[in-house]
Ligand binder design. Structure first.
Ligand code: NAD
Ligand code: GLY
Length: 372
């Protein structure tokens, strides 16, 4: 007996100027063409699908078949995989393909892949002819719940990650959980860190659901399809709410950086590539939880529960052996520092956070000592 596929669900990103849907469900990839048509993009439109070798091997053909079946005029560009490819030079290759295909103002780019493909294709679309439409088709858990939603696009600069970029909202985000079946397990667990983040920053019900599924969180195989669908929907809805309230990160959107401020320190000081981004965020959330304890913002019990879910998802908890002065210097280099003050997103309970710019260096170091 084969399981009945779950229906596609739609979550709106309710921006005033440019609202768009996030369509989630098993088999969504086969409906890519129909879903693009449903956004008012007409048959005959030129479409450049950007992907990477591994994603192309698994999902390039069905994505193109669906778009061509709906009458789109498609070309495919396969770029190299990896964070080290997230550069202006790779964006130039996407622009070269756009030029060769003679993409016009009304044309479309489709990003088929993880956050690296999504961020670069989004940026190429934002800058080609001063901005053409982009559809995000994320194929990693991290990109499904975070990178594909919200319009942050860009590339890295030798001086730091994502320093070059633009806000450019997609016309559609299409999430097919079936594509996660080929995702390496470590990448799946890294994406789960961002899911846990949504629970802690604003969705206590999601957090409780993760707690009750603790034994099944660490792998795609052990997670029932209905639970994965719910996790994707709740995470996408959480991100959509924040983005709709604060598209350009004037205030509230900064809460999405929970675990990231200290996580970035781990990534930078341990060397990019030692930890996956989601793993560093997991360590950063544990550290932020300890800092919240240091400031008496939340309870030992909440921090214990946070630690337990992170551990159950197979993610690291322990702060690496890093020099304290280097940690404080690295924090000062954070993109979100304002007037020399580091802004920490700290939990006050499971489902609530606040932003604090008054944390002293000695309090940070005391908290990190307890994470060793
Ligand atoms: P990634 O794009 O590098 O993908 C991780 C690995 O998984 C790659 O090797 C990729 O080839 C492979 N892969 C992707 N989908 C697969 C699949 N279905 N099956 C098999 N292999 C697959 O990494 P990521 O974690 O998706 O994204 C990280 C990037 O996203 C970073 O550059 C980060 O800065 C960015 N990001 C952006 C935002 C945003 O708001 N724009 C938010 C979070 C992260
Ligand atoms: N990933 C953080 C944001 O989208 O704002």
């Amino acid at each position: 007996m084969t399981a009945t596929p779950l229906a596609l669900r739609t979550i709106g990103v309710d921006l005033c100027a440019n609202p768009y849907p996030i369509v989630i469900g098993e088999g969504a990839l086969e409906q890519l063409g129909a879903q693009v048509l449903a956004q008012g993009i007409k048959a005959g439109t030129k479409v450049l699908v950007v992907t990477n070798p591994v994603v192309n091997e698994h999902y390039g053909a069905p994505a193109l078949a669906s778009l061509q079946g709906a009458g789109f005029e498609c070309q495919r560009l396969v770029i190299e995989a990896g964070e080290d490819q997230k550069t202006p030079a790779t964006v130039a290759k996407i622009h070269d393909a756009a030029f060769a295909q003679k993409l016009e103002r009304g044309s479309l780019m489709v990003a088929l892949g993880g956050g690296v493909v999504g961020d670069m294709t989004g940026f190429a679309a934002a800058t080609w002819l001063r901005g053409i439409a982009v559809v995000q088709v994320p194929t990693t858990l991290l990109a499904m719940v975070d990178a594909s939603i919200g319009g942050k696009t860009g590339v890295n600069h030798p001086g730091g990650k994502n320093l070059i970029g633009a806000f450019h909202q997609p016309r559609l985000v299409l999430i097919d959980p079936n594509t996660l079946q080929t995702l390496p397990p470590r990448e799946f667990r890294a994406g789960m860190a961002e899911v846990i983040k949504y629970g802690v920053i604003g969705d206590a019900e999601l957090f409780s659901e993760l707690e009750s599924a603790e034994a099944r969180l660490a792998s795609m195989e052990s997670l029932p399809a209905a639970l994965l669908q719910r996790i994707l929907e709740r995470s996408a809805a959480a991100k959509a709410r924040v983005v709709a309230a604060d598209e350009r990160e004037g205030g509230l959107r900064a809460i999405l950086n929970y675990g990231h401020t200290l996580g970035h320190v781990v990534e930078a000081l341990c060397g990019y590539g030692t930890y996956l981004h989601g793993e560093a965020v997991a360590i950063g959330m544990v550290a932020a939880g300890e800092l919240a304890l240091e400031l008496a913002l939340w309870s030992e019990g909440d921090q214990r529960r946070q630690r337990q879910v992170i551990a159950a998802a197979g993610l690291p908890l322990q702060w690496p052996d890093l020099d304290g002065e280097a940690v404080l210097a690295c924090l000062q280099g954070d993109k979100k520092v304002q007037s020399g003050k580091v802004r920490f997103v700290l939990p006050t309970s499971l489902g609530n956070v606040e932003i604090r710019a008054d944390v002293r260096g000695d309090q940070v170091l005391a908290a990190l000592k307890r994470c060793r």
